[in-house]
Design a protein around this ligand. Structure first.
Ligand code: HSE
Length: 437
């Protein structure tokens, strides 16, 4: 006898699906494959109701009974208890979600673009209408990170989160590092494997990671941070030489998303390539995997690791939210009312204290090192180590600094570019370590 056939068992809950692409198909599959287990855990079954798609003619990996091209019809359907948005993009997703929330229907979404720009307003709308908006799948695909930040760590104080939040760039950097693959070939492979966004600029220039960083920062520090608040650099300037030199010094290069809260409460959020010591847990995150390394006062260090994209991994996070929302509906618990978190006070990016690796092409002649080192000293940037490679016309200096203010390092770089004996600033990569200066 199934759960819903038992006497006095609650009525089945119906999910209206907006979108049935890679993630939506995974959601349908998981809800079907795990129907009995979910019903046993919940005490009621969750069924897939109407599904809105762009075109009803396309072949889909899963069969769906009720397809429609009218998404508003799904939202308005009186049988739909929960709206699940997996179509992506800002519009029409925003209007449909707003409409569902205004009707008091809970919404589960995987939409990082929307949540990282309008998540605060939509959450307020949910609260004002006595319902909820859940988005575990919007950050790092299948990795549970939203609920741990929102619920499990609610009694702790998070100081910093370091994330590898984009699978495409992690895959490219892994292939360049381990197989000597060139950037274009590695990107092509990532596209073929389905990791990359439709426009891979979003991946390789760090926009995707910045969206996820904004969502994590908002939750970690209870302040409203949007994608546009996040400083962003992509990986397109990283060369074989950078990777090789990093390896020889005991580092790997990763695209890191770093969010932190200063003692005065201001929030820093940045995405850029960084040299990570090989013994740091994030250095072992390879291929398209994602990870979030959380530093909090009570618990110390935590790392969440797993697949950051893909149909079933992302669907796993979506269905987890559907079950959580169903529990609220069945218990008739009212989500707390309130005004939501305040707008974040962002720390200016050039206030950040960061270590740098700087590679210079220089003239190989007496006094060059002294001139270069003098400029660092003048700008209060302390040098940790220097390595000279090559000679005559091919001399290169690799300098690693102690942690210094971003603005002082930028001023040093400006002055170095003016120095006659410096032929070029060939690369500037931030270094992630516990160095405090
Ligand atoms: N393009 C994204 C990535 C997919 O490479 O991680 C998941 O958001």
């Amino acid at each position: 006898m199934s759960v819903s056939d038992q006497p006095n068992s609650p009525r089945p809950l119906t999910v209206g699906l907006l979108g049935c692409g890679i993630v939506g198909s995974g959601v349908v599959q998981l809800l079907r494959d795990n129907a009995e287990d979910i019903a046993a855990r919940l005490g009621a079954s969750i069924t897939v109701g109407p599904v809105a798609v762009r075109t009803s003619s396309r072949d889909r990996p899963v069969a769906v009974d009720r397809l429609t091209t009218d998404a508003q019809e799904v939202v308005d359907d009186p049988d739909v208890d929960i709206v699940c948005e997996v179509m992506g993009g800002i519009e029409p997703a925003r209007s449909l979600i707003a409409s569902a929330l205004e009707q008091g229907k809970p919404v589960v979404t995987a939409n990082k673009e929307l949540i990282s720009t309008l998540g605060g307003q939509l959450t307020e709308l949910a609260v004002a209408n006595g319902t909820r908006l859940d988005y575990e799948a919007a950050v790092a695909g299948g990795i549970p990170i939203i609920r741990p930040l929102r619920v499990s760590l609610a009694g702790d104080r998070v100081r910093r989160v370091l994330g590898i939040l984009n699978g495409t760039t992690n895959y490219i950097l892994t292939k360049m590092t381990e197989e000597g693959m060139d950037f274009g070939t590695a990107l092509g492979e990532a596209q073929r494997l389905g990791y990359a966004e439709r426009d891979p600029t979003a991946d390789v220039e760090g926009f995707d990671a910045a969206q996820k960083a904004a969502i994590i920062a908002s939750l970690a520090f209870d302040q409203r941070v949007v994608a546009g608040d996040v400083y962003r650099e992509g990986i397109t300037a990283i060369t074989d030489t950078d990777i090789d030199l990093a390896r020889r010094m005991g580092y790997v290069i990763k695209l890191l998303a770093i969010v932190e809260q200063r003692d005065d409460g201001a929030v820093g959020a940045r995405v850029h390539p960084a040299m990570v010591p090989v013994h740091h847990p994030l250095a072992s995150v390879r291929e398209s995997f994602n990870a979030a390394f959380v530093e909090a006062d009570g618990v110390g260090e935590l790392m969440f690791y797993g697949p950051g994209a893909g149909s079933l991994p992302t669907a796993s996070a979506v269905v987890g939210d559907l079950v959580a929302v169903s529990r609220t509906l069945l218990s008739e618990a009212t989500p707390p009312r309130g005004s939501g978190p305040p707008q974040a006070v962002m720390a200016p990016f050039d206030d950040a204290v960061v270590q740098f690796s700087i590679r210079l092409a220089v003239a190989d002649q007496p006094g060059v090192l002294a001139a270069v080192a003098g400029l660092f000293g003048e700008h209060e940037v302390s040098i940790k180590s220097v390595l000279q490679e090559g000679s005559a016309d091919h001399a290169q200096l690799l300098l690693i600094t102690h942690a210094a203010r971003e603005r002082n390092v930028q001023a040093t770089l400006g002055a170095l570019r003016e120095l006659e004996v410096v032929r070029g600033v060939d690369s500037v990569i931030r270094v992630e370590s516990s160095d405090s200066g």
